[in-house]
Design a protein around this ligand. Structure first.
Ligand code: ZN
Length: 213
């Protein structure tokens, strides 16, 4: 069926809306031109309700999801569920690059503290300096300028790559001035791999074996 549609399309000029959807799908990460066409033809064959559900889900993500003003995790309520929870160890802050890292670390069951999402890593080649990240806000939390419970330990959980290591070094220097205990995940994480892709056992081990800097 798919091949028939494509044949008919190439015989005439591809309708503008079809072209447009292929273009939009093609902008998404990891989607090449072939997949973009396949998704578009799939949507053409799908019932209207399915198209509406997809469009609404995309809009909801933009309209109903915001950043937690404490930890900068993605959330529907501010503060987020983790920051508002009293079942967590509020003296520990684990610093991560992206919200997905929180899911990975929580899955290990090894960590019950709070988080802080930097929203990236220092990478001068990409024009990302410390000022583009949520570092000021982290220091404010550690220095207790917000009037929260005192922080006893900051765990640096950066990716094991050049930007991740540069970020960890920078944070360690900044945090040293505050006198807080700073630890870093034990080595053993895949080099160059994102934290979110590390398996639970490896990540759990890296957490329990974390070292003081
Ligand atoms: Zn939060």
């Amino acid at each position: 069926h798919n091949r028939k549609v494509r044949k008919r399309m190439s015989a005439t000029i591809t309708p503008r809306p079809v072209q447009k959807l292929i273009e939009e799908f093609g902008r998404l990460p990891g989607i090449g031109p072939k997949t973009a066409s396949r998704l578009t033809f799939h949507m053409l064959r799908s019932p209207r309700e399915q198209a509406i559900a997809l469009a609404e889900a995309i809009l909801d993500v933009k309209d109903r999801v915001t950043l937690c003003s404490v930890c900068f995790n993605t959330t529907e309520a501010d503060p987020c569920g983790i920051c508002a929870s009293h079942d967590r160890d509020r003296e520990q802050i684990c610093v991560v690059q992206e919200p997905l890292d929180i899911l990975a670390l929580d899955r290990t069951g090894e960590y019950k503290g709070l988080y802080h999402v930097l929203r990236g890593a220092i990478s001068p080649l990409d024009g990302i300096g410390p000022d583009k990240l949520r570092i000021k806000e982290l220091l404010a939390r550690v220095e207790n300028r917000r009037g929260d419970a005192p922080v006893g330990e900051v765990i640096l959980a950066m990716n094991n790559d050049i930007p991740g290591n540069a970020t960890a070094m920078y944070l360690w220097r900044e945090l040293a001035r505050t006198g807080v205990r700073v630890t870093r995940l034990a080595s053993g994480l895949p080099v160059g791999g994102d934290l979110e892709y590390a398996d639970e056992v490896t990540l759990g081990r890296a957490l329990s074996g974390r070292r003081e800097l």
